[in-house]
Ligand binder design. Structure first.
Ligand code: LLP
Length: 433
């Protein structure tokens, strides 16, 4: 099959994913189906090799097979809940740092870091039981952890007073955000930590998700100022996540080497000031997995509502929530069942099966239905929703009592089921009449 591109130069026809035929994946595992290309995840991990530590924000894509894959690339992991701690351990991560100092003169790395603005009772139990390093996003966590893990070393997540994200809902800095310890509160928070007998060894800032390098670059200066207030107890600094990914036509990959240089220079200035080495971390979620992920759906109805044509597929916002939540754009491509498709494109809206008007994949922020140029499609054709590997499956739900889809990892041309599709029994597990 030839590849036709939309005027915007994204392929609108797709035959294979990572060398495996879309139709074979759909027939073997059913639809809707999440498929990840392992090689793309590896490539993205390696893009960040200059950093001392790449820590995967697993909230983006926490399937055990994906965690094991990034672990095999030397990537550490972040956990925001008891469930994510459990996943990290199940994927083979050690609970805490090796006692021996690393040979490169850097402080030992924490394989798992719990980063949150609260401990619920379960997560405090899990942190205490396994000895997981904690990144405190609220000062009240300090006394809570001190009571359970006396003498612990902690990291502070600081809100620098500004933030930026692809949506206001993913902006995690400034007064409009509940996240992090306010930068002006640091002297008081340090007193609290000292009083509680805890050492502040880490400093972390994450200003938002889906931001850009211009905004992210501002964080380095803000972190340097706060690091100066904390002083020599610091051994690790983290730039947080937020690295952008090109979703829309015309968007390109950011220049990550310049971004690393900026942070490396900041780190070296702090090392000179403190007289010891500092570990420099980055904490991407989206960057490592977004482009690896595809949702294969089947077109189940083609219809016209007045002048607008709709393709209705078997995935909805229960499968991929980003369009309904943020008006997010995902590229789409068609895989026709019956061989070659027409090269001409037509504008169509794409929606799902849910009983709610917002169940549209081609919508803009605010819920307005938009259209996409795609080749003419028929019932039974597959529609692939692309760049869906971050905040895709992990935000899927059972709304309308739809089962969570299966997940498949393709590696070396071989497709492996890494999560079974939910069954009707799974949907009612734990309920009673
Ligand atoms: N570190 C912390 C503390 C975070 O809260 C997050 C994301 C990350 C790192 C990773 O950010 P990333 O590199 O992925 O931008 N559901 C939204 C994104 C929510 C992000 C939540 N925190 C979406 O679909 O766009």
């Amino acid at each position: 099959m030839s590849t036709t591109s939309s005027p915007a130069e994204q392929p609108v026809l797709r035959d294979t994913i990572a060398g495996v035929r879309v139709a074979d994946l759909a027939r073997s595992h059913g639809t809707p189906l999440y498929v990840y290309d392992a090689e793309i995840i590896r490539r993205r991990c390696r893009d960040l090799a200059a950093w001392d530590t790449v820590r995967f924000a697993q909230k983006a894509c926490s399937n055990l097979a994906v965690l094991a894959l990034v672990r095999s690339e030397g990537v550490m992991v972040d956990a925001v809940s008891t469930g994510e701690i459990h996943r990290a351990l199940a994927a083979g991560y050690a609970a805490h740092a090796a006692k021996a100092p690393a040979t490169d003169g850097l402080p030992p790395v924490h394989p798992i870091v719990y980063t949150a603005d609260i401990f619920d009772r379960e997560s405090l139990d899990a942190v205490a039981k396994h000895g997981i390093h904690v990144n405190c996003g609220s000062a009240d966590m300090i006394e809570q952890v001190a009571e359970r893990v006396p003498g612990a070393e902690i990291t502070l997540r600081v809100n620098p007073g500004f933030g930026h994200g692809h949506s206001q809902k993913t902006n995690t800095g400034g007064e409009g955000s509940k996240h992090g310890i306010w930068h002006g509160e640091i002297p008081e928070v340090l007193r609290r930590a000292e009083w509680a007998g805890l050492a502040v060894t880490g400093l972390h800032m994450h200003i938002g998700s889906g931001t850009d390098l211009a905004h992210l670059a501002e964080v380095a200066g803000a972190l340097e100022r706060v690091a100066g207030e904390i002083g020599r107890s610091l051994t690790t600094i983290s730039a947080g996540g937020g690295l952008p990914v090109p979703y829309k036509p015309g968007e390109v990959h950011a220049d990550l080497s310049g971004y690393f240089q900026l942070w490396d220079t900041t780190r070296r200035r702090l090392e000179d000031r403190f007289g010891h080495r500092l570990r420099l971390e980055i904490e991407p979620g989206r960057y490592l997995t977004a482009e690896s992920g595809f949702v294969i759906t089947e077109i189940r109805a083609v219809k016209k509502q007045g002048g607008r044509k709709y393709l209705l597929v078997d995935a909805g916002f229960n499968t991929l929530a980003r369009p309904v939540l943020y008006g997010s754009y995902h590229p789409m491509s068609l895989c026709p069942q019956a061989g070659a498709a027409s090269e001409t494109l037509e504008e169509v809206a794409v929606g799902g099966p849910l009983c709610e008007s917002g169940d549209i994949f081609t919508q803009t922020d605010g819920g307005f239905v938009a259209t996409r140029p795609l080749p003419p499609a028929a019932v039974g054709d597959y529609l692939v929703i692309e760049i869906a590997g971050a905040y895709g499956f992990v935000m899927a739900s059972n709304y309308n009592s739809k089962p969570l889809p299966a997940e498949v990892l393709v590696d070396g041309g071989k497709a492996r089921l890494v999560r079974a599709r939910q069954t009707p029994e799974d949907l009612v597990r734990g309920e009673c009449v």
